[in-house]
Write a protein that binds this ligand. Structure first.
Ligand SMILES: [Zn+2]
Length: 487
């Protein structure tokens, strides 16, 4: 809605809305006892998203400044009224729900029969294929179905865990995403009910968040409950599926982004067609866009140098061998690179993506030169040099120096350029040789500051997990951008 003014309601219109709505649009509690000054009229579907400003798109909400009264208008903050209302509704339900048992109290018994050859099951009147995970001589029959919630109950013999905090984010995730895996259930031969024993969180999320009446389930037919209980327990402890390593996720994202570009070029009928990131990533959320660009920058750096392969650690354990934590690497790129979608086509002179990679690699090389080379030596972990290098790369230290370094480099770059560097420091024309020389000196000065070699400070840094502790050390010891840019 570019030029349209936000609609101001007249008193008459407000009155008519109050006649129509007796309760607050957001929390659904009555508006009784709230004066006209304690009520705001919200545009229900966001005006900013292009929803029309018709009167029926407005509704009254609590907006009392008094401590003991409701102020849903303020509580909403910058969230969309509809989203915030959903959030309150879900939180309210969750106060009363501790597990699937509260939502599916006792299931209606199912009627089922299995074909003599074990290939089919007729389940509540529907014939479905039956599968067998034969182990040794033992049959383990199961089928897949979207089972109506009234036929489902919680499996109190296997599923004992209450809901965990992760349920709330999961509910919001499943409101916008598909459910990748079904829940697991079994038919109990005594009650003939479907008992859900794994995937309770998904089930609850679908019922509360999406008002689903059918849940995708894999249903085992009369399995051995004891064996199943052990299997489920082990699956959640010893054999928890390996999480994807962060680098794998980044690689995957970069692939997806690459495919998007390819698809775009195919559509244009030219495999070299210039593209703009803004066009390719149109419709993606800001955080998805950041992730796509971040991952493709990481990929570029990996293709062009071995810095990541040599120095980036995938886990704390891996950090014994390689100095830079993956999250630190990402942080560095977030700090120095432009993670918004660029409008300029890929071939345009005003698109600095490839220059950005060159500038970034130059900076990473400086880190390598002044903080890693001839210092980092995992074969001799007790050496002073190695301890020094390790200190640089503790997460809390890194989080601090990356800021100091950026400030110092930016200041110098702007001074030498004679004007402000708008946007990310690496997303610029290539750093000229003279500038590179200075930036290298500044990086050197950062890592040669006397605080790094003091054993007591090394210990302090090693022990803390709070950035603010290291910030205080920098402050106390005088390590800031003024210091590192001094000639
Ligand atoms: Zn309210």
């Amino acid at each position: 809605m570019p030029n349209e003014e936000r609609r101001i309601l007249t008193e008459e219109e407000k009155s008519s809305l109050l006649t129509k709505h007796k309760s607050c649009y957001i929390c659904n509690e009555p508006l009784d006892g709230y004066t006209r000054e304690e009520i705001e009229f919200d545009h229900i579907y966001n005006y900013a998203d292009g929803h029309p400003q018709e009167l029926n798109n407005f509704a009254p909400v609590h907006a009392s400044p008094h401590q003991n009264k409701l102020n849903c208008h303020a509580g909403k903050g910058r969230k969309k009224p509809f989203d915030y209302r959903e959030e309150l509704r879900i939180k309210k339900i969750l106060k009363k729900v501790h597990g699937l048992a509260d939502l599916c109290q006792s299931a209606i018994p199912s009627i089922y029969s299995i074909s003599p050859d074990n290939h089919h099951i007729t389940f509540n009147g529907v014939q479905l294929p039956l599968y067998n995970q034969k182990i040794g001589e033992k049959d383990n029959l199961y089928f897949f179905n979207e089972v109506e919630t009234r036929f489902i109950e919680n499996d109190n013999e296997i599923q004992l865990r209450p809901l965990e905090d992760k349920i709330l984010p999961l509910i919001f995730n499943l409101k916008a995403s598909i459910q990748l895996l079904p829940s697991l259930a079994r038919i109990d031969p005594i009650t003939n009910t479907v008992k859900l024993f794994d995937g309770q969180h998904k089930a609850v999320a679908q019922i509360i968040g999406n008002n689903k009446e059918y849940l995708p389930c894999i249903v085992f037919v009369n399995p051995d409950v004891n064996a199943l209980r052990i299997t489920v327990y082990e699956a959640h402890t010893d054999f928890v599926q390996q999480r994807y390593k962060k680098s794998h996720i980044d690689a995957k994202l970069a692939d997806i982004y690459g495919q998007k570009i390819e698809a775009y070029r195919k559509k244009a009928g030219n495999p070299q067609a210039p593209y703009s990131e803004a066009a390719i990533l149109k419709g993606e959320s800001a955080s998805d866009i950041r992730n796509f660009i971040l991952s493709s920058i990481l990929k570029e750096v990996s293709v062009e140098t071995d810095i990541i392969r040599l120095y980036a650690a995938e886990s704390r354990k891996d950090q014994k061998q390689r100095p830079i934590l993956w999250q630190s690497l990402e942080r560095f790129i977030k700090k120095f690179c432009n993670l918004t979608a660029v409008e300029e086509p890929s071939e345009s002179d005003n698109n600095y993506r490839s220059e950005e990679i060159d500038n970034l690699i130059f900076l990473l090389r400086q880190i390598e030169e002044h903080a890693i080379r001839n210092k980092w030596n995992p074969d001799n972990p007790e050496s002073e040099h190695h301890k020094l290098a390790r200190t640089y790369f503790y997460r809390t230290a890194f989080n601090n120096w990356v800021n100091t370094l950026e400030e110092g480099l930016r200041f110098t770059y702007e001074q030498m350029k004679g004007s402000k560097a708008w946007g990310a420091l690496c997303y610029q024309k290539p750093f000229p040789p003279k500038v590179r020389e200075r930036l290298s000196d500044i990086t050197k000065r950062l890592f040669e500051h006397s605080l790094w070699v003091q054993e007591s400070i090394q210990d302090e840094i090693a022990k803390t997990n709070q950035d603010s502790v290291v910030t205080a050390i920098f402050k106390r010891e005088g390590l800031d951008w003024i210091y590192i840019t001094k000639l």
